[in-house]
Design a protein around this ligand. Structure first.
Ligand code: MG
Length: 206
């Protein structure tokens, strides 16, 4: 992916503070911002903006925690629409990453390959997200689909999700949702976060 922010993209992180983010309960977000980088602090945060179909770009860095293992090693997460977690974790060098490792759709899909950089290096996620479609009876007629690139390598290729992941904000999959970043107690950092909202369909004219 290009490093250039597309026209019409929303810079959901303004690089200065987290004033356009809140905690899950709507209280002010507490994450620390320095030099255009935000660091996990005191709770999950989510954007005030809500999104349906979109392209997301963000960059993250896991801490160096040589004595920690598994889910305790640099854990955070990127929740699309606040409902579907792409795991953030230090999974560098793991040969066969699983459904809890970095890049997984948490507890649903392992990444196709391990695209992780070592801790303390900036990494990218680029996500092409198509929200679930729900009919007037509230039934899902088209499931959520997404494609994810980590460090420019495809780790999910147009997968269809069976439903929300754990710790989702709700199960109202037909409603727009925020971008939510997880506080799992580790010093994970984020920067350069933008979302390009997409039209839900094109014209029906020939
Ligand atoms: Mg997580």
């Amino acid at each position: 992916m290009t490093n250039q922010i597309p026209q019409n993209a929303i810079q959901v992180f303004n690089n200065r503070d987290v004033s356009n983010w809140t905690q899950r309960d709507g209280q002010d977000a507490n994450w620390i911002v320095e030099n255009g980088v935000m660091s996990v602090n005191k709770g999950d945060i989510m954007t005030q903006d809500r999104f349906t179909d979109f392209i997301l770009h963000l960059e993250f860095m896991t801490p160096h925690m040589p004595d920690a293992t598994g889910q305790a090693r640099g854990n955070s997460g990127v929740f699309l629409q606040g409902r579907y977690e792409i795991q953030v974790l230090d999974s560098y060098g793991i040969e066969n990453p699983g459904k809890g490792d970095c890049g997984s759709i948490y507890n649903q899909f392992s990444p196709l390959t391990n695209a992780c950089y070592p801790p303390l290096e900036w990494q990218t996620y680029d996500v092409y997200f198509r929200a679930a479609r729900v009919n007037s009876n509230g039934e899902v007629v088209d499931r959520t689909r997404l494609t994810v690139l980590q460090n420019n390598i495809v780790i999910h290729n147009n997968i269809e999700l069976p439903g929300v992941t754990g710790a989702a904000i709700d199960e109202q999959v037909g409603e727009p949702g925020p971008l939510l970043l997880q506080d799992h107690g580790d010093d994970v950092k984020y920067r350069n976060i933008w979302i390009l909202p997409l039209p839900l369909s094109g014209s029906d004219q020939y």
